[in-house]
Design a protein around this ligand. Sequence first.
Ligand code: NDP
Ligand code: X2W
Length: 491
Amino acid sequence: MTFCIEEKFLTFQQRNYQITHVETLLIFCNSKLQHSCHLVQQFRPAATPIAFSTASLTPASSISHQSDPAAPAPTTDPTPTTAPATPLIPFFAAADFVPSTHKMVALHSAFFMDGCCFSRFQDKPKLLKARNRPVRALAISSPKADGAIKVGILGASGYTGVELIRFIANHPYFGISLMTADRKAGQSIASVFPHLITRDLPDLVAVKDADFSSVDAVFCCLPHGTTQEIIKGLPSRLKIVDLSADFRLRDINDYNEWYGQPHKASELQKEAVYGLTEIYRNKIQSARLVANPGCYPTTILLPLVPLLKARLIGLQDILIVSNSGVSGAGRSAKEANLYTEVSEGIFSYGITRHRHVPEIEQELSDAANSKVTVSFTPTLMPMSRGMQSTINVRLAPGVSVVDLKQHLKGVYEKEEFVVVLPDDQAPHTKYVQGSNGCHINVFPDRIPGRAIIISVIDNLVKGASGQALQNLNLMMGIPENTGLSCMPLFP
Ligand SMILES: NC(=O)C1=CN([C@@H]2O[C@H](COP(=O)(O)OP(=O)(O)OC[C@H]3O[C@@H](n4cnc5c(N)ncnc54)[C@H](OP(=O)(O)O)[C@@H]3O)[C@@H](O)[C@H]2O)C=CC1
Ligand SMILES: CC(=O)N[C@@H](CCC(=O)OP(=O)(O)O)C(=O)O
């Protein structure tokens, strides 16, 4: 029998490693998937065989081979290495690995996590095409792993909250154990979102009544200003992804200036990691508190950060016009968002003083290692969701539009969610709607020496909940795209 271990699972951080002739992989770690994966990540080619264990080890021989009686007997005396601090529950894999570049295939293996055997996938490895490179197999999953990591959604009755509910519904490892609301506290999810009537979800409670004892991580989908104090009061063991703007600005004075109020959790600000996943992946992995980027900044930073880092564009004269769907303003009733106000017309707002300006400039200045100033004009569009940024930049001396495009293609070539479109195809919000995608293309401006970059996302997904989930996946040590690979909704 053959067990195929998902490329994304075991080789998650290892895509560039050549896996060579590992005969036995024996891993013991705690019940947290995160921990398991961290240990798996320590797996290196030529470590043959490898074993992790501690004093509190449950002997591998006591693990029943429930799904694979033919599996080889595991090693019972693994060599102890670095001991994780927490008590251990066995996670076990004994396998013969065949060499390959991008994947591992376990032959004759039993594969256990928390005592349950991963389900059989197929008898023979088969070559499948995924993102233009061959992989041997797709996921195996353990039914018992379903919902093992308990997640709380603070602000679950809002737009970003309900978008998280949608994605977590298809997540193999996350389950929702807590949902909060403010005005809607005490209501069932079906009364707040009738489209979720068939879902088995907890009722909404007020934050002050929330019980975090069985929660491992929270998404904080609350208005900025409210968020800081609530996060400050959360148990420090929780992993937190904050979708508000409260922890995005490193300089508290910038926050005070642009948000018009003093920051009430400045000490927490220091530990917050800015959650632009494709750029800060490494830092996010070990973060406890992630400040998820704003939706406008996400569309702007994904193309501009790599170009500034490579010094391909000028630091000044960056002119940005962005268009947002109305859901960007949240679900609470506001006169400016009435149908009669937003339909059949467009209008710009926050001209020259939108609060995303300092966030954009902070990140661009970091990338350029020099102060960058942008002109930014957001515009509200008569559509529910979607966002486009049109960014006009000056080319650095000797650089062409083709160079910009080639550079972005190289940077994002292996990314699942960020795509540089071919030829002169114009990005369209409909092509990313409902998905975690960001589509980018670069065009020559009619003004010599300038280029136009267009970038689109769904503001509620890559601009908020999708990126937040991508970040929590990373923080929990599981494949970043888990639960996020759904196709866009089209038309
Ligand atoms: N919408 C978007 O596209 C994006 C939003 N964001 C940010 O994400 C956060 C959430 O946005 P969004 O979901 O759109 O907002 P919504 O207005 O749709 O939802 C806000 C949520 O917070 C709850 N809430 C409001 N006030 C309080 C309070 N004082 N105490 C506790 N809970 C409260 C609301 O409860 P109730 O319904 O009961 O009032 C609701 O559940 C915001 O900070 C927003 O700026 C970030 C990127 C994009
Ligand atoms: C259309 C609309 O109103 N959009 C919001 C931005 C949404 C967002 O990203 O907000 P945060 O920075 O709070 O996370 C705005 O302009 O304030």
